[in-house]
Design a protein around this ligand. Structure first.
Ligand code: ADP
Ligand code: MG
Length: 369
């Protein structure tokens, strides 16, 4: 089931009475979530991810705009009639009920022609439990399960009604690091198996990049960019998106375009052809965009090495650097050797790993490579 958002806007009265006015949690969203895909809504806390999900589920009413499931306009359809399965950060299981009864719960409320017999309910519960691989745990109480197992129960409960759309709001945030990794793989597997159009909300770019078919990067209620994770990483439209994706983060420098060259501080790092004219810019370089080169144009003050198995991260400094950490992190293959007795290190840059942004608008300035 594809989901179409048309000029979707949600305003809330400001919770901070002193500031007054409205908060625009979702501003004019206009995009399509394709059928059968796992789509990540990604952005920092407060950017409007949960509000977007709540609009799609029907828990919130939009201020303006429309929502379609396939060709059906569901904008004024009540939440319980939309056929969505919801999973939240808190598992919200009933503590006094067994896993079996927790998963069966949504089926018990079905009325009229949707009403199921006891046997049908049991069959559905067992199918959902098998799908998330908790068949062995059906007689336990939630308190007897790990966090990861509880979240699987919550997913099974969302799936048992065979929803048209599955919505997951930060489902991994309460899990420890190892379980987070495991459970995100699990979500991917379940989504592939069921083929249900799934929206997965997270503030963790690594999580979104690793399992989603498409990501939607958001900032302060605005949609910044939508695309395949790798495409967005390789081709960010603005500085915010470039900085939001990638670990270690992209390295950002003060720079300028002039005399047919791109400068980082005073270092002329490459020739450049753009239609933008000479101006001050931000230059951003992915950690894997540096090539160790003692005669390279970018001259940095050498700090230390961080060995990360296959790769080595060279930590260095440059006067024009704007990174919050104060350090450049450049990743090179561990076959490279760096003489740590030297005070400086030189780099040349891989052109397709270098992005230039307008200093005022922070929009991308494209150049020929
Ligand atoms: P996210 O899930 O990305 O962290 P939210 O969708 O929860 O963001 O919130 C987006 C913005 O809307 C925030 O500024 C938040 O404070 C505001 N907001 C959300 N819900 C309400 C509400 N019920 N009343 C007032 N403001 C709200
Ligand atoms: Mg949220």
């Amino acid at each position: 089931m594809k989901i179409v958002l048309k000029n979707l806007t949600k305003k809330f009265p400001n919770r901070n009475k002193k500031q007054g006015g409205d908060v625009i949690a979702v501003n004019n969203f206009d995009f399509e979530i394709p059928d059968g895909k796992l789509v990540g809504l990604l952005g920092p806390s407060g950017c409007g991810k949960s509000t977007t999900l709540n609009l799609i589920s029907g828990l919130e009413k939009p201020t303006e705009g429309k929502i379609f499931f396939g060709d059906d306009d569901v904008t004024s359809l009540p939440a319980q009639n939309r056929g969505v399965g919801l999973v939240f950060q808190s598992y919200a299981l009933y503590p006094h009920l067994t896993v079996f009864k927790n998963i069966r719960f949504p089926l018990e409320n079905l009325r009229g022609e949707d009403k199921l017999s006891k046997e049908e309910m049991e069959k559905r519960v067992k199918e959902a439990a098998a799908l998330v691989q908790i068949d062995e745990l059906l007689e336990r109480k939630p308190s007897e399960l790990s966090g990861g197992q509880q979240q699987r129960v919550a997913i099974a409960r969302a799936l048992v009604k065979a929803p048209r759309v599955l919505l997951l709001d930060e489902p991994l945030s309460n899990l420890d690091a190892r379980l987070r990794l495991q459970t995100r793989e699990e979500i991917r597997r379940i989504q592939k198996k069921t083929d249900i159009t799934t929206i997965f909300v997270t503030h963790d770019q690594d999580e979104a990049m690793s399992i989603c078919d498409l990501i939607v990067v958001m900032k302060s209620g605005e949609m910044m960019q939508m695309g395949k994770p790798q495409d967005v990483y390789d081709d960010p439209v603005n500085l915010f998106v470039a900085k939001f994706l990638g670990t270690p983060p992209i390295n950002v420098f003060e720079g300028k375009i002039g005399n047919g060259g791109l400068y980082i501080g005073k270092d002329r790092v490459m020739d450049i052809k753009t239609s933008s004219g000479d101006k001050e810019v931000f230059v951003a370089v992915r950690p894997e965009g540096f090539i160790l080169d003692e005669n390279g144009p970018l001259k940095c003050e050498l700090g230390r090495l961080e060995v990360m198995g296959r790769d080595v991260s060279i930590v260095s400094k440059h006067d024009a650097l704007l990174n919050d950490s104060g350090n450049i992190r450049s990743i090179v293959n561990s076959d490279n050797t760096v003489d740590l007795s030297l005070s400086h290190v030189g780099f040349s840059l891989k052109k397709h790993k270098v992005f230039v942004f307008d200093k005022e608008t922070e929009e991308r300035i494209r150049f020929e490579v």
